[in-house]
Structure formats: structure tokens, C-alpha cells
Ligand binder design. Structure first.
Ligand SMILES: Nc1ncnc2c1ncn2[C@@H]1O[C@H](COP(=O)(O)OP(=O)(O)O)[C@@H](O)[C@H]1O
Ligand SMILES: [Mg+2]
Length: 231
């Protein structure tokens, strides 16, 4: 199999060009991608914006995924470049969470459960000329939607607290506050959801030590940024 140029790399995968239409998403360390493919095709069938799934590539590894090639910046790149404002970005992330959680569960028998992405943040949204598309479904599962909202909020707060982050903390806080304001109607991210999200992120082997060490401060920041309850 011939893979072309490396188009992008995250913490778990490298994404190579195959041709003008398809990319190969190759994990550095994963034993199974069956569930990830099943979730992507399930939410895609509801019209949720995910990359289309392509035909298996000749000579590919069993865990390689062939996905629709997307063109455009990630939401993180657009925010950093000033092409997307923080308030607008928060509203967009909130909409993507809300629309995902409106889809009925695929396997759970509990009707309160939803499909959860659990890593929906600006690096996992690509802004294409046909609209935003959510990538990186490796952590998707089913459960209560507040857990997903808390995971996104906690990740934004960690970024706001990161001294290496190349944007002013105020911008990152605006993004978080906009997300929480938009999600208030759905229940936002409460202390119990945040405790669960904190525990999940604490166990994430791809977090650096400083990222893990700021988790408690990140939980505090999310609680501080949440709009006051409507009375
Ligand atoms: N379908 C795609 N088309 C084009 N580029 C992509 C596609 N999916 C991912 N990428 C690029 O690869 C990068 C890493 O992809 P991602 O799936 O988020 O991997 P990770 O799990 O390692 O974070 C993205 O930020 C993006 O630049
Ligand atoms: Mg990613």
C-alpha cells in the first residue's frame, strides 16, 4: 500500500493522504477499531457531520481506517488565527454536542443514554467549506450527556490554564464561558459530571504530567465560568 503525505498527527494517530478523496488514519497503538467505525457510520446515518468511511485499503493494517479526506483548518487553528471568534467557537462546540446528544443510543437499553464523543474540543473539529465535521471518534461510547459536556468543558479549561498555550488566557476563558452559557439550558456541566470527567482525564495516558496536575484547577475554572443558575 502506498501512503502519501502526512496530513496531520494527534496524540494517538497519524493521518496520511491516500488520494484526493481519502485519508488513512493509522493508530500508533490500538488493537481494535470496530466500535469506532460502527459509531461513525451510525451517527453519520442520522446526518451528523462525520467523515465518510471508505473502502479498506489494500495492504492496510487491521486497525487502519480509510476516511473521507477533509479540507480546511481545525477549529483550534481557526481560533488561533482569529478566523473564528471565541464566542462563536463556544456556540459551535455547544451545537455539535447538543446535536450528537439528540441521536438515540445505538446499543444502550437506557433511553436516558446518548452517544458520547468524550473528546469533542477544537482540535477534533475540522471546518470544511461544507460546514464543521467532527473527527477522532476513538473515545466514543454511550452514557449520560452531561459527562460529554463536562469532558469538553474540562479540556477547554485545561487549555486555558496551560502556560505554553499560544493564546491569551482570556480568549480561552471566553471560549469556555460561551460553551457553558450555550449549554446551560441542557444542564451544563455539573459537579458530578465534572468529577467523572476529571477521573477519566486523570487516567488518560496521553496527558502530560502538567496537564494532569492542573485538573483540579480546571474543574474549579469550569465551575467559576458557568452562568449562575436561572431562578
Ligand atoms: N479526515 C481527515 N481529512 C484530513 N485531515 C484529517 C482527517 N482526520 C484527521 N485529520 C488531520 O489529522 C489530525 C489528527 O487527527 P485525529 O483523528 O484527531 O487524531 P488523534 O487521535 O491522534 O488526535 C487532525 O488534527 C487533522 O489535522
Ligand atoms: Mg484528535
Amino acid at each position: 500500500m502506498h501512503t502519501g503525505q502526512l496530513l496531520g498527527s494527534g496524540r494517538t494517530a497519524d493521518v496520511y493522504e491516500l488520494d484526493g478523496s481519502w485519508v488513512l488514519r493509522r493508530y500508533r497503538d490500538r488493537s481494535d477499531t470496530t466500535e469506532e467505525l460502527a459509531v461513525m457510520s451510525y451517527v453519520g446515518a442520522f446526518g451528523y457531520p462525520v467523515p465518510r468511511i471508505g473502502p479498506p485499503a489494500d495492504g492496510a493494517r487491521p486497525t487502519d481506517l480509510v476516511l473521507q479526506r477533509l479540507t480546511g483548518p481545525t477549529m483550534a487553528e481557526a481560533l488561533l488565527a482569529g478566523a473564528l471568534g471565541a464566542a462563536e467557537g463556544g456556540a459551535l462546540l455547544a451545537r455539535l454536542l447538543r446535536e450528537l446528544h439528540a441521536i438515540p443510543p445505538r446499543v444502550s437499553a437506557d433511553p436516558q443514554d446518548c452517544i458520547l464523543h468524550l473528546d469533542l474540543h477544537p482540535e477534533n473539529v475540522m471546518l470544511t467549506d461544507r460546514g464543521p465535521v467532527v473527527i477522532d471518534w476513538s473515545t466514543a461510547t454511550e452514557g449520560p450527556p452531561g459527562f460529554d459536556r463536562a469532558m469538553s468543558a474540562l479540556t477547554l479549561a485545561r487549555v486555558a490554564l496551560d502556560p505554553e498555550f499560544p493564546a491569551p488566557e482570556a480568549e480561552a476563558r471566553t471560549l469556555l464561558a460561551a460553551l457553558l452559557a450555550e449549554l446551560a439550558g441542557e444542564g451544563g456541566a455539573d459537579a458530578a459530571d465534572l468529577a467523572r470527567a476529571r477521573a477519566r482525564q486523570w487516567e488518560n495516558p496521553f496527558l502530560t504530567v502538567p496537564e494532569r496536575d492542573c485538573l483540579d484547577a480546571a474543574v474549579e475554572m469550569v465551575l467559576d465560568c458557568a452562568p449562575p443558575p436561572r431562578g
